[in-house]
Design a protein around this ligand. Sequence first.
Ligand code: FAD
Length: 376
Amino acid sequence: MAKIRCAIIGAGVIGLAAAEALTRKLEGDIVIFERREKFGQETSSRNSEVIHAGLYYPKNSLKSRLSLLGNKMLYELCRTAGIKHKKCGKIIVSTNEQEAAKIKAIYENAVAVGVPELSLLSRQEVIDLEPNVSALSGVYSGSSGIIDSHGLMEYLYLQARENGVMFAFGQEVTGIDREEQGGGGRSRDGFLIKTKEGETISAEYVINCAGLSADRLAEIAGLDIDKLGYRLHYCKGDYFSVAGSQDMINRLVYPVPHEKGYGLGVHATLDLNGFVRLGPDATYVKEISYDVDPGKRPAFYRAAKTYLPWLKEEMLSPDTAGIRPKLQGPDDGFRDFIIQEESANGLPGFVNLIGIESPGLTASLAIGQWLADLIG
Ligand SMILES: Cc1cc2nc3c(=O)[nH]c(=O)nc-3n(C[C@H](O)[C@H](O)[C@H](O)COP(=O)(O)OP(=O)(O)OC[C@H]3O[C@@H](n4cnc5c(N)ncnc54)[C@H](O)[C@@H]3O)c2cc1C
């Protein structure tokens, strides 16, 4: 049986960033187990591809710290590695007095956590920046942008492979057992990783980057996920594309977010060709299905029409969907990312990453560095 230094479960953007960063810190073999035939087939390729500025998260939370750092790291990597991106900026807009009060609170939080390139905008200043947007007021964020997430993952994959990381595609991890190393002066027990396809490997460290299945993997490893607060809720986000929208806006335009923070509200994101996509909305679901219900079109239209007055319902067509792996249930308040080495719970060397929803893409490189510092 093969013995390796580190097993990573999941080749989404987080597993890839972890692998790439670990090769610079950790000696020995690293293997990524991925149940799909290719990297990035789940949440990492079903999102808004926004490089977030970190505007909304509480000070000192992991979401805040890792998105602030990850934002800088992503732009730097995009520049040096030639990954397609655009630092286009973003405006959060209010469309009534109640929202206008919230705009100020968002701005003040963002200033307090140290987000750069911010300003409050009057109605006229919004129009000066975006003549096709209607608003009472806004917050401008200059460090928000968009990225080709596939280009990013391709880069991380090739870099990790070049640095010796091995990829076990089509291998679904179904067993994680503690492995007693016995005496002989070895300081650390390890883990036996078993896959549905019949592979078994012994690893000193395990990093659980299994996205929507991360809670399940923690349970398989023997942790009580309800006691630890690791159980995930699935929260689906649908998108609608907007025909004839090229160059109608130049920046990302967001409404004031949902009161409970499930999602950021039906916003207008841009792709790298300047087309507008609306979404994602936020609906808690039990099952994973990426079908987009065409019947949601009127609701998307109504939501976006409040700030995009030129929109016509017939311009909207169902596009993709993604599912957020949320720790926050429908009745809960803010929950942070869990990035936890599990010595305290009897599993030294086992690291869980759970609830890596937005801004996980933005934070990916910072999370990779965090893990490399933790383990390396
Ligand atoms: C609708 C939506 C919009 C979003 N928009 C943004 C955005 O604009 N900006 C931003 O920063 N973030 C955004 N996010 C969040 C971002 O997409 C995620 O945080 C990020 O992609 C998470 O990456 P991951 O690697 O943890 O998960 P995933 O990409 O889901 O990867 C996990 C991998 O683990 C594999 N796996 C699972 N179980 C097993 C197993 N047992 N054995 C082997 N492999 C396994 C899966 O096949 C999968 O490939 C958004 C998310 C959603 C849902």
